[in-house]
Design a protein around this ligand. Structure first.
Ligand code: PGA
Length: 258
């Protein structure tokens, strides 16, 4: 079965910005978004700017999401933000298991799966990030590392499918994040196809419909080639999402795929 997947481009602002900067960036994005029809487009600002995103992006073509959520529903969890709160703020997506969460905050595959479930319960689409380290790639352990991370969320994907909800996967090789080193289009395609194959091999019938984004130093200059790959359904953009013209140019590269 083949399935035309709508391209999706998401910006991950990480812990960058200020109210001023967020305001300017959001206004510039809202103004430039008209040329990006036919794709999904969204930004994931830091939590304090989500309300601003809602105000500036409103009902326009650009959505917004968060970079993380709590594994808990509510309660005495100082500093945590729940899926329900993100839903209140109009979030469409939430990143889970970004490599910076996995490596700097010790998030395990099991925790990532719980967070993805929490997102679904809040009716937010989880964007599950997976990726191998440089050491894993150099020791030919890319596929086993990715398989372990993907397998951990298989039950979540099955529950999402049963509930008629979407899950997005983002393949982000850790060695390519914020380093200026990008996976070649062939390397990206190979892993994306591996992920889709892994989902199918485990009996997940919705595999052809799962959007798989590539992330890791995507720039205006390499986006077209990356997005031209058959299993690369868009991108998760870090650094380049902080510059309106760069982010919009990457989004236009995804429009070419439509
Ligand atoms: P980068 O970040 O585009 O700056 O490499 C991508 C990400 O971490 O999501």
């Amino acid at each position: 079965m083949t399935s035309r997947r709508k391209p999706l481009v998401l910006g991950n602002w990480k812990m960058h910005g200020s109210i001023d900067m967020a305001e300017r960036l959001l206004v510039a994005l809202a103004e430039g978004a008209a040329a990006c029809s036919g794709i999904g487009l969204g930004v994931c600002p830091p939590y304090p700017y989500l309300g601003l995103a809602a105000a500036r992006l409103g009902r326009g073509p650009i959505g917004w999401g968060a970079q993380d959520l709590s594994a808990h529903l509510h309660g005495a969890y100082t500093g945590e933000v729940s899926g329900g709160m993100l839903k209140d703020l109009g979030c469409t997506w939430v990143l889970v298991g970004h490599s910076e969460r996995r490596s700097l905050h010790g998030e395990s595959d099991a925790l990532v799966a719980i967070k993805a479930d929490r997102a679904l319960e809040a009716e937010i689409t989880p964007v599950v990030c997976v990726g191998e380290s440089l050491a894993e790639r150099q020791s030919n352990a890319t596929e086993s590392a990715i398989a372990q991370q993907v397998d951990a969320v298989l039950p979540v994907l099955a529950r999402a499918e049963a509930a008629g909800r979407a899950v997005v996967i983002a393949y982000e090789p850790v060695w390519a994040i914020g380093t200026g080193l990008t996976a070649t289009p062939e390397q990206a395609q190979q892993v994306h196809a591996f992920i889709r194959g892994r989902l199918s091999a485990n009996g997940f019938r919705g595999a052809p419909r799962v959007p798989i984004l590539y992330g890791g130093s995507v720039k205006p200059g390499n986006a077209v080639e990356l997005f031209a790959q058959p299993d690369v359904d868009g991108g998760l953009i870090g650094g380049a999402s902080l510059v309106a013209e760069d982010f919009l140019s990457i989004a236009r590269a995804a429009v070419q795929r439509v």
